[in-house]
Design a binder for this molecule. Structure first.
Ligand SMILES: Cc1ncc(COP(=O)(O)O)c(C=O)c1O
Length: 391
């Protein structure tokens, strides 16, 4: 119910009594075959959301999660689930594209998405052109005769540029071009993307929806214009998620609001502390003025999650490795959005083709987990001393 507040939807969304009985949570329904009473019933039934038909088309376990995600996006018609966030990205792109089409993609897109565009989509006959994430309404000048879709990711992976989503969507819609956003960082809780004009809103639910670093999951939520095609394409591609993973996604989702607010408060505390340190040249956090597009974050977002980056003032990779390797509370590894803190090095330049990257020193991406931020700051402070001390 979209007239309720997001916190309430997170708790009540998708928990239909017919899916859960008297139990609080819809249980794990394991199913491939669904049995019909008669041949006539089998012939008269078609797959659709909420109708038991075949395992591929869902069970109450998956419908509950999909419906809860839909209810977080005012203006959305439905949600499809995938086994990873990357599968959600690729299914959304294949929903809107055909051979001969052109796709515009933000230059700061998640690396494996870029790889899919430059490899698979190229073989499929789709041309990808990358654009400056800060382009705003001037994207209209890049839209050509064959442009069918624009992929946004806001903030951008690792370098955190916040895009002018409403301006890009207005230009796209005027030209009849579909818009897709990777909304993993904010989630619809902090940025309801469909209401901002986006057609398909993508989540790596592996991150904040799951929230515990123990499940791979993706979702695409679409408006009424695109949902039927998204559903058809996903079934044609054979996408389905395991009921255990959907159940873990629902379990995580119920507490996402409180987790996100804690990630937000702790990450801001750490980011502001880093900003005051002489070893740090820039903190790339959408809620801080150093971040390109900070004004769009202020205008459009209801909050900030726990992922951000900072740039050292000078130094080299060896100093960065000394900083990261010695951290006691930050894990070293891919992904983010779990309850635990992480730190990884990232070098933006090789992944950019439309824009450059100039920096005062190496970059580190931090995910601020649910530890006490004062302990995280003490750990980072020791790291900065290692960084400055030399080998
Ligand atoms: C912005 C973004 N989108 C998509 C993904 C892919 O999600 P998954 O790891 O679930 O495939 C990631 C993973 O790190 C990501 O950071």
């Amino acid at each position: 119910m979209t007239d309720r507040k997001p916190d309430t939807n997170l708790v009540h969304g998708g928990r239909r009594p017919e899916w859960r009985g008297r139990i609080v949570n819809p249980p794990v329904h394991r199913a491939s075959t669904i049995l019909f009473d008669t041949v006539a019933e089998l012939r008269a039934t078609a797959p659709e959301f909420g109708v038991p038909y075949y395992g591929l088309h869902g069970t109450p376990t998956t419908w509950a999660l999909a419906e809860a995600l839909t209810e977080l996006e005012p203006g959305a018609a439905g949600t499809m689930l995938y086994s990873t966030g990357l599968a959600a990205v690729t299914a959304a792109l294949l929903t809107v594209l055909s051979p001969g089409d052109e796709l515009l993609v933000t230059d700061t897109v998640y690396g494996p998405t870029r790889r899919f565009c430059d490899g698979f989509l190229k073989r499929f006959g789709v041309v990808t052109r990358y654009y400056d994430p800060m382009i705003g309404g001037a994207i209209a000048e890049l839209i050509g005769e064959h442009t069918r879709a624009i992929l946004l990711e806001s903030p951008g992976s690792n370098t955190m540029e916040v895009q002018d989503v409403p301006a890009i969507c207005a230009a796209a819609s005027a030209a009849g071009v579909a818009t897709l956003i990777d909304n993993t960082w904010a989630t619809p809780f902090f940025f309801p993307a469909i209401a901002a004009g986006v057609d398909l809103s993508i989540l790596a639910a592996t991150k904040y929806v799951g929230g515990h670093a123990d499940v791979m999951l993706g979702s695409v939520t679409a408006n009424a214009a695109w949902y039927p095609k998204l559903e058809r394409t996903s079934w044609d591609l054979g996408h389905a998620v395991s009921p255990d993973d959907a159940w873990l996604g629902s379990r995580g989702l119920r507490t996402m609001a409180v987790r996100l607010r804690q990630h937000e408060a702790s990450a801001l505390k750490v980011a502001e502390w880093l900003k005051g340190r002489p070893e740090v040249a820039r903190v790339l956090h959408p809620a801080l003025p150093d971040c390109p597009g900070h004004e769009f974050w202020q205008r459009d977002f209801k909050g900030a999650s726990g992922l951000f980056s900072f740039v050292f003032r000078g130094g080299d990779d060896a100093a960065r490795v000394r900083f990261i390797d010695g951290l006691a509370l930050f894990g070293i590894g891919w992904s983010w959005g779990g309850y635990e803190s992480l730190a990884v090095p990232h070098d933006p330049q090789p992944l950019r083709t439309a824009t450059g990257w100039e920096a005062e020193g190496p970059l580190v991406r931090l995910h601020i987990g649910l530890e006490d931020p004062d302990d995280l700051i003490a750990d980072l402070e020791a790291g900065l001393r290692r960084y400055a001390a030399g080998p």
